[in-house]
Write a protein that binds this ligand. Structure first.
Ligand code: NAD
Ligand code: WQD
Length: 330
């Protein structure tokens, strides 16, 4: 199979390329390097010496570029390329709509022209907004921030497109909180500057780049008062794409990808401490604007229909994060 992975040098995309490699004759990767580096491509080549990986540097906003990529034989597309910072999406809504929604429309147009029918889309638990905390796929879309709205809008567009073409084979995957890194230690997530997300922030504290972790709120309803999330190992998440690709059939389906388990912020801190064998410097501060109490999946549909299960524990996620970050420090 010839597979196109957009955003394939990013955090989840790069891990997914590794899992897709055994299925693929060629993996074409599109990325504009706005949130990744070409180094990741060389790491992927190192990890996958037998695979034919082709990097197309370019932008999802550029229709002509996309048409050129589709001159290659492509059987299936896995679409990750997007902007993903919730806070930034409130300051720059048009950029988010242009890249996330516009980029997805451009991609579907290019696929349509080239007659490519198989499509997997990276959506987010963010589309559920704040409706109670534990979600199944049939819950309504009710995104509250602009990032989540770009994902909800794109889901709607894909649904409309799928209805117009009975031969289209689409799957929307809603990820919960991906963390961790590849066990090789070669790829993972280590954003520049001050990270927004919990585990990248912990990584900066444990490597001495930042002094203290701010834990946002201890007045939530949970066993220690800190907020609950469904953290999923990025390798489990990546494997979900293989299951989805194998399952594709005419029509459109939606799957949550999560563990179904809720973990509090302090439980993550404690798991990380046990991996590194020392205390992490943290302090409790006020709640972060826009945060919800709980965001947790019901993953039963992916378990039963796709035969996919998240297997790794929160300790595995912390250990692989530490392994990656220690490798980078060296
Ligand atoms: P990431 O930023 O690491 O990866 C996205 C990649 O897309 C980057 O390599 C970036 O350079 C590229 N890209 C961005 N804009 C582009 C454009 N206009 N043209 C071409 N390439 C472009 O993000 P990620 O964490 O790997 O997320 C991948 C997908 O999963 C995104 O669609 C994101 O919205 C979704 N998602 C992520 C999370 C999460 O917590 N990481 C959760 C739910 C959903
Ligand atoms: C997790 C928990 C914070 C940082 C976001 C997006 C979501 C998805 C994943 C893309 C929360 C707490 C965090 C810190 C803290 N991305 N925290 N101190 O907000 O659940 O989800 O990323 O689709 O759409 O909204 O993830 O990692 O930022 O936070 O206490 O320095 O950790 O309050 O409870 P979040 P996160």
């Amino acid at each position: 199979m010839e597979i196109l992975v957009t955003g394939g040098l990013g955090y989840i995309g790069s891990h997914t390329v590794i899992e897709l490699a055994p299925l693929a004759n060629t993996i074409h990767i599109i990325d504009n390097l706005s949130n990744s580096t070409e180094q990741v491509f060389y790491k992927l080549k190192e990890l996958l010496p037998q695979s034919n990986l082709v990097f197309h540097y370019g932008d999802m906003r550029d229709n002509i570029f996309l048409d050129t990529v589709f001159k290659n034989k492509i059987d299936a597309v896995v679409h990750f390329a997007a902007l993903k910072a919730v806070g930034q999406s409130m300051e720059k809504p048009l950029d988010y709509y242009q890249v996330n929604v516009g980029g997805s429309v451009n991609l579907l147009l290019a696929m349509k022209k080239a007659g490519v029918k198989k499509f997997i889309f990276s959506s987010s638990a963010c589309v559920y907004g704040d409706q109670g905390g534990i979600y199944k796929e049939t819950d309504p879309r009710a995104a509250v921030n602009n990032y989540g709205k770009t994902k909800a809008t794109t889901e709607q567009i894909i649904e409309d497109y799928a209805k117009s073409d009975p031969t289209f084979e689409g799957i929307i995957l809603r990820y919960f909180n991906p963390v961790g890194a590849h066990p090789s230690g070669l790829i993972g997530e280590d954003p520049n500057g001050i990270p927004d997300n919990l585990v990248p922030f912990i990584q900066k504290v444990v490597t001495g780049k930042l002094e203290v972790l701010n834990v946002f709120g201890n007045d939530y309803i949970s066993n220690d008062g800190t907020a609950i999330r469904d953290y999923i190992h990025v390798v489990d998440l990546a494997k979900g794409h293989v299951s989805a690709l194998n399952y594709l059939k005419p029509g459109l389906d939606i799957f949550n990808l999560g563990t179904g388990r809720g973990t509090t912020v302090l439980e993550v801190v404690s798991a990380y401490e046990s991996v590194i064998g020392r205390k992490i410097n943290y302090r409790i501060v006020g709640r972060r604007d826009g945060d919800v109490n709980t965001l947790q999946s019901i993953p039963t549909k992916a378990n039963t229909v796709l035969g996919w299960y998240a297997e790794k524990s929160i300790e595995d996620m912390c250990r692989d994060s530490w392994n990656f970050i220690s490798n980078r420090k060296a």
